[in-house]
Design a protein around this ligand. Structure first.
Ligand code: NAP
Ligand code: GDD
Length: 379
């Protein structure tokens, strides 16, 4: 009996989503190719556990050096790997940083998508290769009047991006839709709302919070700084969202899909929940840039911090020139048509991230005791 193994190619395999997706696809029996960038230090920590022995005959994960700014490289990799599915997750994905590197972001996040689509077309793989494009809730820009009647963003809500990242991603969205319509390609957008995990990049707000709270609880850091505490996000767990990426490419028809939880939460509340995991209740005082958080109650036997201690201030450095104030999505279509059911809620997400970061920071306590200097605070 011949078993036909599906082949997937993932750009951005070393990122949060790429690593969970690679795990999922390997579990499903795929041969997985990933594109990684050449860097002066190792950047594959999130997938090293999947890639222990590249010489093993059963190794089904193969990494290729490449970059979304390099069309020849992408075309060659697609030609060599002949993928059944491409997941284009590679991107400069930090919204605030995109204001500092707008041309680069346009090239990689916008034109990079075109390079993938065009390579598939040039190679005559339109019928064989299905393409997932990592679109984003940043496309909506949080404009209140663009929500639907029930108060959510859905597949019909107008876009109004508010950052160079969002503007680049809107090109990626439309070029994917255009290639689907123009060349009959199975090319789909997943419009994903924020999703987090213990593998989230250290400078996104949730991970910055869980890292800082863990360090404060363990006595490694006194306080930390955030920007806009009033911003609201629809936060889900990355594991649920990568499952949906795969489901999108298994659907009967190529379409665009909103993936979200339908619940929105303020950054300030996320901070409270994270401190709650180490038995600490906070009191917030002051307004705007003067707002600060202090320890009000501390009743965990392992984490004894002084009542009244200041643990959080606002630093305007983290404000964005244009902000997306509130995001909340309606995933009804994905639930109804594809049967997607998220398995994790916000409470679980915070717990998962806090447990992981506490474990990580406890290693720093050991290093500190051994006389080493410890990590700087992430920005
Ligand atoms: P991430 O952790 O920042 O990972 C991004 C990946 O892209 C990394 O592997 C990175 O490589 C790679 N990359 C960056 N620049 C590249 C380039 N020039 N060429 C090739 N690869 C490049 O992002 P994520 O959270 O996993 O998100 C995955 C995708 O979904 C991104 O496109 C993001 O914009 C989009 N998205 C994310 C969310 C979310 O909440 N997480 C929501 C909606 C959409 P290095 O490891 O070398 O940096
Ligand atoms: N990063 C960061 N750092 N954000 C902060 C901070 C801080 O110190 N303080 C407040 N925030 C606010 C931001 O202003 C924003 O309103 C919110 O927290 C979330 O910021 P991020 O975690 O950086 O994520 P994002 O929503 O801007 O973008 C993420 O989600 C998008 C989907 O909506 C990224 O993953 C994007 O790639 C993704 O497309």
């Amino acid at each position: 009996k011949i078993i036909i193994m599906k082949v997937a190619l993932i750009t951005g395999i070393s990122g949060q989503d790429g690593s969970y997706l690679a795990e999922l696809l390997l579990d499903k029996g795929y041969k997985v190719h990933g594109i990684k960038r050449r860097a002066s230090s190792l950047n594959t920590q999130r997938i090293d556990h999947l890639y222990q022995d590249p010489h093993h005959p059963n190794q089904r994960l193969k990494l290729h050096y490449g970059d979304l700014s390099d069309a020849m490289n992408l075309t060659r990799i697609i030609q060599e790997t002949q993928p059944d599915e491409i997941y284009n997750l590679g991107a400069m994905s930090h919204v605030k940083v995109s204001f500092d590197t707008p041309e680069y972001v346009g090239n990689v996040d916008g034109l990079g998508t075109l390079r993938i689509l065009e390579a598939v077309r040039i190679l005559g793989l339109e019928k064989k290769t299905r393409i997932y494009q990592a679109s984003t809730s940043e496309l909506y820009g949080g404009i209140p009047e663009n929500k639907n009647e029930s108060g959510f963003y859905d597949e019909f809500s107008p876009f109004y991006p508010r950052s160079p990242y969002g503007v680049a991603k809107i090109y990626g969205f439309w070029i994917t839709k255009n290639y689907r319509e123009a060349y009959n390609m199975f090319a789909c957008n997943g419009i994903l709302f924020n999703h987090e995990s213990p593998r989230r990049g250290e400078t996104f707000v949730t991970r910055k919070i869980t890292r800082a709270v863990s360090k404060i609880a363990l006595g490694l850091q006194d306080k930390f700084y955030l920007g806009n505490l009033d911003a609201q996000r629809d936060w889900g767990h990355a594991k649920d969202y990568v499952r949906m990426m795969w489901m999108i490419l298994q659907a009967d028809q190529p379409e665009d899909w909103v993936i979200a939880t339908g619940v929105t939460t303020k950054v300030r509340e996320f901070v409270r929940l994270a401190f709650g995991e180490v038995g600490i209740e906070l009191e917030f005082k002051g307004d705007g840039v003067e707002e600060k958080a202090y320890i009000k109650v501390c009743n965990h036997k392992d984490y004894q911090l002084e009542i009244g201690k200041e643990v959080l201030s606002v630093d305007p450095t983290y404000f964005r020139p244009t902000e997306v104030d509130l995001l909340i999505g309606d995933p009804s279509k994905a639930k109804k048509k594809l049967g997607w059911v998220p398995e994790h809620d916000l409470k679980f997400l915070v717990k998962d991230m806090m447990e992981s970061d506490l474990r990580l920071m406890k290693k720093d306590v050991i290093l500190l005791k051994a006389g080493h200097k410890i990590l700087k605070q992430a920005e």
